[in-house]
Design a protein around this ligand. Structure first.
Ligand code: SF4
Ligand code: SF4
Length: 203
């Protein structure tokens, strides 16, 4: 599967603190046989009708499995992993999860349309928390991305704290009086927001 966040990931996540994807794919094809999305299949279809390009790209290549059991027969470890993640999240419902397989993945696990594969394929895994199949070649890279993201947020929180302590009046930036600490906190909150699902408030 690409990701529970594969489709509909906020653009603020994309590209922020994100390194270009290295070539770590083992070409096992399991992610192409186990895609899932935040949205239900029905919602995706509605989005397609509304002209949503990302949804269109997704459903152009992916076909839904008839059931979770049908997906489990093909990619059992990944179905287990995804369902465990879904169970822990309060913004997703188990009954709304659909697994998809790509029309273009070959029997050998290769991409049959590599040169014209959509953006969602080129950018997978989207970030460190994308739920990729166990043993995916990107495991180490995803670990590094998670640590990098956490470090960035911790640094922001630390510098905000220092500025608050140094502020002469508790309201303005100690080095740039024209900047209000309130604005600084709002900026930090914006940076943290996309990662709240993964615990950024506590990093
Ligand atoms: S699961 Fe990982 S290693 Fe396998 S094809 Fe997908 S990206 Fe490549
Ligand atoms: S288009 Fe290619 S890379 Fe994308 S899911 Fe299908 S087989 Fe995989």
């Amino acid at each position: 599967m690409y990701d529970l966040n594969y489709y509909g990931t906020e653009s603020v996540i994309k590209g922020e603190g994100q390194d270009p994807l290295p070539d770590l794919c083992h070409k096992c094809g399991r992610c192409c046989r186990s895609a899932t999305t935040y949205h239900s299949y029905k919602k995706l279809q509605e989005l397609v009708e509304q002209g949503d390009k990302e949804a269109q790209d997704f459903l152009e290549i992916f076909e839904p499995y008839e059931s979770i059991e049908a997906a489990r027969a093909v990619v059992p470890d990944q179905v287990e992993q995804v369902m465990a993640v879904v169970k822990d999240r309060d913004d997703m419902a188990e009954e709304e999860i659909t697994f998809y397989h790509c029309r273009y993945v070959t029997d050998e696990g290769l991409c049959g349309i590599y040169e014209r594969r959509p953006r969602c394929c080129k950018e997978a895994p989207a970030h460190g928390w994308s739920v990729m199949p166990p043993g995916c070649g990107f495991e180490g890279w995803q670990f590094e991305q998670r640590e990098k993201q956490k470090r960035m947020i911790r640094d922001l929180k630390t510098s905000t704290y220092i500025m608050e302590q140094m502020s002469p009046d508790g309201e303005s930036h100690p080095l740039r009086p024209e900047t209000k600490l309130e604005d600084l906190r709002a900026m930090v909150d914006e940076k943290i927001k996309p990662w709240k699902t993964f615990g950024s408030e506590f990093w």
